[in-house]
Design a binder for this molecule. Structure first.
Ligand code: IMP
Length: 177
C-alpha cells in the first residue's frame, strides 16, 4: 500500500508483468513495421516511461518525437486539443505511431488523430500501454494495446494523481474510502 497526497493506492500490476506486456506489444510492432521507419510520437507526460521501455524492444528503426497537448482548455467546447509541444517533423507520407499511456473514454486520442492525419501522414496508428474498454465512448480503434484493465483510477509507470506518482515502476489502484 502507498499513499499519494490524500489517497491510498494498492499494488495492481508489477513491473515484471508490465515488462512482459511491453515485450508482447513490441513484438506485434516489430512484425508490422519490419523494414519501415515510422515516426513514433510519445505523448507527454504520461507515456514517457512506456515509450522508453517500448522503443528499446524494437527491431526496426523509428524516428522518436515528443508532443504535448493540453487536456483542459477548449476540449469540452470544441473538441480541439491545444498543442503545447508540437511535432515539427514533416509527416507527409510517413507512417505515424502515437504512443499513449492510457485510453479511457478515448476522447483525447479521438481529438488528437486529426492533428496527425491533417499533416499528411500515410498511416496513423495508436499504441496505448493501457486501455479501460468499459469506459470507451469515442468511436476509436486502439490498434496496439499492451494491457486492458478494469475501470479504476491508477497511478505509476508514468501515470499520475494530481501530478504525483509517475515515478513508480509498478502500477497501483486507488483504494476507495
Ligand atoms: P481519455 O481522453 O478519457 O481517453 O483519457 C485519457 C487521459 O486521461 C490519459 O492520457 C491520462 O492522462 C488520463 N487518465 C485516464 N485514466 C487515468 C488513470 O486511471 N490514472 C491516471 N490518468 C488517467
Amino acid at each position: 500500500m502507498i499513499k499519494i497526497l490524500d489517497r491510498n493506492f494498492e499494488l495492481s500490476y508489477s513491473n515484471e508483468l508490465i515488462q512482459e506486456k511491453v515485450k508482447q506489444v513490441a513484438a506485434r510492432l516489430n512484425e508490422d513495421y519490419a523494414g519501415k521507419n515510422p515516426v513514433m510520437v510519445c505523448i507527454l507526460n504520461g507515456a514517457f516511461m512506456f515509450a522508453a521501455d517500448l522503443v528499446r524492444e524494437l527491431t526496426f528503426q523509428p524516428e522518436i518525437l515528443f508532443a504535448k497537448f493540453s487536456s483542459y482548455e477548449g476540449m469540452q467546447s470544441t473538441g480541439v486539443l491545444r498543442e503545447l509541444i508540437g511535432v515539427n517533423a514533416n509527416l507527409q507520407a510517413r507512417d505515424v505511431i502515437i504512443v499513449e499511456d492510457i485510453v479511457d473514454t478515448g476522447n483525447t486520442m479521438y481529438n488528437l488523430l486529426p492533428q496527425f492525419i491533417n499533416k499528411g501522414a500515410k498511416s496513423v496508428k495508436i499504441c496505448s500501454f493501457l486501455q479501460k474498454p468499459e469506459c470507451l465512448t469515442a468511436p476509436l480503434k486502439v490498434d496496439y494495446c499492451a494491457m486492458e484493465i478494469p475501470n479504476a483510477f491508477i497511478v505509476g509507470y508514468g501515470l499520475d494523481y494530481n501530478g504525483m506518482g509517475r515515478n513508480y515502476k509498478d502500477i497501483y489502484t486507488v483504494v476507495e474510502d
